[in-house]
Design a protein around this ligand. Structure first.
Ligand code: 5RP
Length: 219
């Protein structure tokens, strides 16, 4: 099965986690696009969604879903999102699509994070995928120097986030203790969000493999 078929399979599997009548949190990316397609096909009653990006909002609205501002919502039961890498402790690298800040906010207020990913995303140690860090534009070079001091190789992405900020993609770090890395990098002044989701990792992983979708739950 090619990667696109695996994404479609996990997108379909994630629909089973959506609770009819509840507000749904929706992430960003090509796997989430497959999930949104499957959600529409399922016909499940979703009164409203909280979206993590302009991209997902556009897709949801095109299908007729109501998208509400997070400030109008007290809590979200389920959040479905993809990942660039996920390790055995369910810590993730996210932000390949540049939506890491809004994704982290929606994840924070959600009871259950359902991560959907194809098997290429499962890793022993996070860091082969360059770590996205969203930075305030005026702090870009200052943050890049701090990152270099910590042994990373930052590359400025040719991209502006939905929040009007820059992204540094950092190469060269192998992050065994993802929580410690997340805390350390969060301390750098000028950093808006680090694309490490370790303190609030996933609760469920639906992994698309050639033998079918495998489900892993955090203990
Ligand atoms: C966007 C993300 C995505 O979830 C991540 O990049 C995975 O994307 P895809 O499903 O296209 O592989 O974090 O900011």
């Amino acid at each position: 099965m090619d990667q696109n078929e695996l994404k479609k399979a996990v997108g379909r599997a994630a629909v089973a986690y959506v609770k009819p009548g509840e507000i749904l949190g929706v992430g960003t990316g090509s796997t989430v696009d497959c999930f949104i397609d499957a959600l529409k096909e399922s016909g499940i009653d979703v009164p409203a969604c909280v979206s993590s990006s302009v991209r997902s909002t556009a897709k949801l609205e095109a299908y007729g879903y109501k998208v509400v501002d997070l400030n109008e919502v007290e809590k979200i039961g389920v959040y479905v999102d993809g990942a660039d890498e996920i390790d055995a402790s369910f810590a993730m690298i996210k932000g390949g699509g540049g939506a890491l800040t809004r994704e982290k906010i929606v994840a924070m207020v959600s009871d259950r994070f359902v991560c959907i990913a194809d098997e290429s995303k499962k890793v022993d140690v996070l860091g082969k995928f360059p770590l996205p860090i969203e930075v305030i534009p005026m702090a870009t070079q200052a943050v890049a120097r701090e990152v270099e001091r910590l042994g990373g190789r930052p590359v400025l992405r040719d991209f502006v986030t939905d929040n009007g900020n820059n992204i540094l993609d950092v190469h060269g770090w192998a992050m065994q203790d993802a929580c410690a890395w997340e805390e350390k990098l969060n301390q750098i002044v000028g950093v808006v969000t680090v694309g490490l989701f370790a303190r609030r990792g996933a609760d469920v992983l639906l992994l698309g493999t050639s033998e079918g979708v495998k489900t892993f739950e955090r203990e």
